[in-house]
Design a protein around this ligand. Structure first.
Ligand code: SF4
Length: 492
């Protein structure tokens, strides 16, 4: 058997952009470096597929000793089918040099059923294309499929005791969609193979396809001639509008004419950028500050979202709080104090988290949070989990004020914010002496994965090291809020 030319992932890559496929096959060394955040996501252990196998127990895994030996995987699958095995995990098939590895293949009576597991709660169009390719390869390999289904996570499932697999997973047949895609799949395979063999770089311009369905990892190559401060640097503007401008020759923010079709907020940024001016609406900021009363608490939570609920009364992907940082200022001239909490790994962190938080926020005063939604949702969730604390939690929610508001409402606007209001955008513009760069954990999603990984870590030194990184990151989040608040106070 010849080595495969296309796999599921390269087929989908070619559907997004044939230039990306060509570069991947011929110039993989030009691929963009993987960011720390992406790397953490790639490294994340995903046990959803293994758990879903238990829906069809007693199967045999076709994965060969050397995982990358796909020819051996195909051979193993063939032998398992021939020997009468009725449940095969990681079943591999190859047809016309296209490889497909299916999560679960099941024989019921004399009919075969294919199952592909996704750790998502929704069926996306990419998943349907993925299943369509699997169907094409498997059925052309001589296994006639009675059905092909996607197994996804049911986001309404609430854990109560042991995980109930039948309730946790949703199984949906996608055979109808797969069948209607067969002709297209065949045509795209032919096109992809031609592109790979042609030896000519496809002439594809940058466009919205660079971001859909995934951010392309060859942007460093294709986007290298996009100038600095281009129209793509205006956050919040639709990609279609950005490309309309760019393709009409308006490439930088400075090129954008006074009269344009962009919305009011984009124009605030354009004006601020062109005039290099900082907008400060003193009246609006003063009225915001009237809602803020000392002593001040600057509060930030970190949460993790297990796909499979770990604790009773939780749902898939529910935000579970495991850490907070809290800076405290008794009055304007008082010294800053700091409180923090990071749950011990291996336990349900919720009770210790809320009891600890309620204790340190007992005093009166405003609780400032940056972008209130997540903190408010977490606290509302904890009210349900621990009704005995509901009224105390309600009092904290009432004291919360969103520090992001004056920035989102453009009462304070700095051109370096680029129409974005995340703390990561605010900090370099308003408090350049503070920075997340250099931190081992530098974003909420990396913190989430780091805490998830702590659950199975046994090396004590590693545990201490990760905990230190988590504490350092969350502390910077609330210190940044303190500094940003000082900027607002001084601006009036
Ligand atoms: S960056 Fe855009 S044009 Fe370039 S290969 Fe990727 S998707 Fe294609």
């Amino acid at each position: 058997m010849e080595k495969h030319i296309l796999s599921k992932s390269t087929f989908l890559r070619g559907l997004q952009c044939v230039k990306s496929l060509y570069l991947y096959k011929n110039f993989i060394q030009t691929r963009d470096m993987v960011s720390a955040e992406q790397q953490a996501i790639f490294n994340r252990g995903n046990n959803v597929g293994v758990l879903a196998q238990k829906l069809f127990p007693g199967g045999t895994d076709a994965t060969p000793a050397k995982r990358s030996n796909n020819i051996a995987a195909v051979e193993n699958t063939r032998k398992l089918i021939e020997s009468g095995v009725e449940v095969i995990y990681e079943a591999a098939f190859q047809y016309e040099q296209v490889l497909a590895i299916l999560d679960i293949l099941v024989k019921k009576g004399d009919k075969w059923y294919a199952y592909e597991v996704k750790s998502s709660t929704k069926i996306s169009s990419t998943y349907l294309l993925d299943a369509s390719l699997q169907y094409w390869v498997i059925s052309n390999s001589g296994v006639s499929l009675e059905d092909i289904s996607l197994i996804t996570i049911n986001n309404q499932y609430v854990r109560n005791g042991d995980v109930n697999l039948k309730d946790l997973f949703s199984i949906k047949s996608v055979k109808k969609e797969a069948l209607s895609n067969q002709k297209m799949v065949e045509e795209k395979i032919l096109l992809s193979k031609a592109v790979i063999h042609d030896g000519v770089l496809p002439d594809i311009r940058i466009g919205e396809h660079c971001f859909s369905p995934y951010n392309c990892d060859f942007m460093g190559t294709c986007w290298k001639n996009v100038p600095q401060n281009s129209v793509f640097d205006i956050t919040g503007v639709k990609k279609a509008e950005q490309f309309n401008l760019y393709n009409s020759g308006i490439k930088t923010i400075s090129d954008i004419p006074e009269k344009n079709d962009l919305d009011k907020n984009a124009n605030i940024h354009i004006q601020a950028f062109k005039n290099k001016s900082v907008t400060i609406d003193k009246k609006a900021i003063s009225s915001f500050l009237l809602n803020v009363e000392y002593p001040l608490f600057f509060m930030d939570f970190e949460t993790f979202m297990p796909a499979v609920p770990i604790y009773d009364k939780t749902k898939p992907y529910q935000h579970i709080p495991f850490q907070y940082s809290l800076h405290y200022k008794k009055d304007k001239d008082a010294k800053l104090s700091h409180f923090e909490f990071l749950a011990e790994q291996g336990f349900d962190p919720r009770r210790a988290f809320i009891e600890n938080l309620l204790k340190v926020t007992e005093n009166a005063g405003t609780i400032l949070v940056y972008d209130v939604l997540m903190e408010r949702n977490v606290l509302n969730g904890l009210k349900n989990d621990f009704p005995e604390y509901a009224s105390a939690i309600d009092l904290r929610i009432k004291r919360m004020v969103d520090l992001a508001k004056p920035f989102q409402e453009r009462s304070y606007y700095h051109p370096d914010m680029k129409n974005s209001f995340s703390m990561k955008s605010l900090l370099p513009a308003l408090v350049p002496e503070l920075s997340y760069s250099g931190l081992k954990i530098s974003s909420g999603s990396i913190a989430m994965i780091a805490y998830e990984n702590l659950q199975k870590e046994t090396d004590m030194f590693k545990i201490l090291e990760i905990r230190e990184y988590l504490l350092e990151y969350c502390k910077l989040d609330t210190l940044a809020m303190v500094k940003v608040f000082e900027v607002l106070e001084k601006s009036t």
